[in-house]
Write a protein that binds this ligand. Sequence first.
Ligand SMILES: Nc1ncnc2c1ncn2[C@@H]1O[C@H](COP(=O)(O)OP(=O)(O)OP(=O)(O)O)[C@@H](O)[C@H]1O
Ligand SMILES: [Mg+2]
Length: 259
Amino acid sequence: MADPILQVTDLSGGYDPVQIFRDINLSVGAGESIGIFGPNGHGKTTLLKTLSGLIDPWSGDIRFDGQQMNRSGARGSRRWQNFNYDAITRRRMDPKTVARAGLIHVQQGNLLFPELTVDETLSISTRAASGRQGWSRADVLGLFPRLSERLVHKIRFLSGGERQMVSVAAGLLSAPRMLILDEPTLGLSPKVRSELCDAIVTVRETGLPIILIDQDVAFLERIIDRLYLFDHGRISRVMERDEIPGHEGLMAMLFGEVT
Ligand SMILES: Nc1ncnc2c1ncn2[C@@H]1O[C@H](COP(=O)(O)OP(=O)(O)OP(=O)(O)O)[C@@H](O)[C@H]1O
Ligand SMILES: [Mg+2]
């Protein structure tokens, strides 16, 4: 079998000094997509932020596309690093390196610059592509036609759905070799939701590997090959797409049968 594009081994981490997740093992093959499903506040976003280098892992390894993303070894004490230039150079992971390698993270909650226009946002989003060929501006506007009418508008005047579309478009313009989508459809109206879901399915059909967190099992099933159940900072179960028991079944696995 070909090497996986992403291999995560015994990964633990959190917000020092509070550990949020531990002993995470997951592997995504080239052309595969996976989903992560779990209750609110159990650490899914923290895990994804660690994969993309926004926070440092405490221990374990992240290999992406044949490259070790974190400096190996266990976490040292942070206290002696405080106020020390070494704290910067000793970082175990660098988000710029991760993005330039093509692991692109579309974060939860529309983290765009409100005062930039859509056009400006799309323009700066190509920086992480570092020479890789990927989606062009025409491609992303074809995927999200309603953004064409919004190019001169500032992000802060867009609807939640439009902002989410800009976020995904920006991710695609970074020429991802793998895309991380953290609850891209959260809080959207049914019509806009279904537009966004269809667009993400189209992206998936190009063969791009995706890590998707979403609460909608039917949507997950359209995208992913495998689902990781995430419970109190651990992966409690892994199932292939055809083993997913539907929303009720997953809830029963997480919380026990409702009596
Ligand atoms: N910057 C931070 N500093 C300290 N604790 C944090 C920080 N961000 C999140 N947490 C805590 O980490 C825990 C896990 O949060 P996280 O956002 O990773 O969960 P989640 O599974 O993504 O939840 P949701 O489904 O609501 O998005 C929560 O208890 C949260 O309060
Ligand atoms: Mg989250």
